[in-house]
Design a protein around this ligand. Sequence first.
Ligand code: G3P
Ligand code: CA
Length: 286
Amino acid sequence: MLKKKKWLSSLAALVMVVGVTAGGEVASAKEKHKEILNVSHRGASGHAPEHTLVSYKMGEQMHGDYIEVDLQMTKDGHLIAMHDEKVDRTTDGTGYVKDFTLKEVKELDAGSWFNEKYPQYADSKYIGLEVPTLEEVFQKFGKNASYYIETKSPEIYPGMEKELLRLVNEYRIDKDKLLVQSFSQQSLQIMHDLDPTVNLVQLISYRSYAEITDEQIDAIKEYAVGVGPNHTYLNEEYVQKVVNSGLEIHPYTVNDKERMKQLIDWGVTGMFTNFPDLLHEVKKGK
Ligand code: G3P
Ligand code: CA
């Protein structure tokens, strides 16, 4: 699917050039909007408690193309969907995931915090939601869903890439609809060595003005199909440089419609958002 997307991105770029030359700029802009991957960041996490099955389902219903899953690993080796190394922020528990068994994780309430923090989006059905395992996510959404899975803190969870791949294979997940992402180049290299057919995205964090060199792009192209930079520090030149290299570019985490439009105009090929409904509206020209 990603290869097809790449081909379509190139086609969209060609249409854009032809469109501009022929005075058809409006039509080309519409083509660009259609092809943008809408990644539900931690599910539709602006609307529901992040990394719960409810949030992931809502992401699908709001036209997210991909379900984004962050992975942590329990003391007894189970991959669970959670952003932080500690359970404190998104459950009623306290401590590091690595010190919890799966049974202990399953006793936590992963929904009530959201109602307290975001009363405008609160819903009684969120109370008592469980932290899902990756296995439960695959069971619920099936082998044909599109997953965008991040290996979080791989340095403290040796073997997490192997366990991820084991589950991908056990549940016969369609690898054309799978993307594995990480800030850790080492983790992506491990995935690449385990199975070079898995498409990888190198996440990049910036704390100041963002630049990417030709050497960095060439190095990333050795193992990955795209990059995921923090959108805050991007500019058009950066985006164009990446796109022209043939890499995908999926910035995180974009929750504002005007910024979504700007990034699309600059040429990004997708983006992470807590509000897939908003990106869907932008793609529809609303
Ligand atoms: O994976 C893209 C984006 O989610 C990276 O940031 O901290 O939200 O996982 P974070
Ligand atoms: Ca993530």
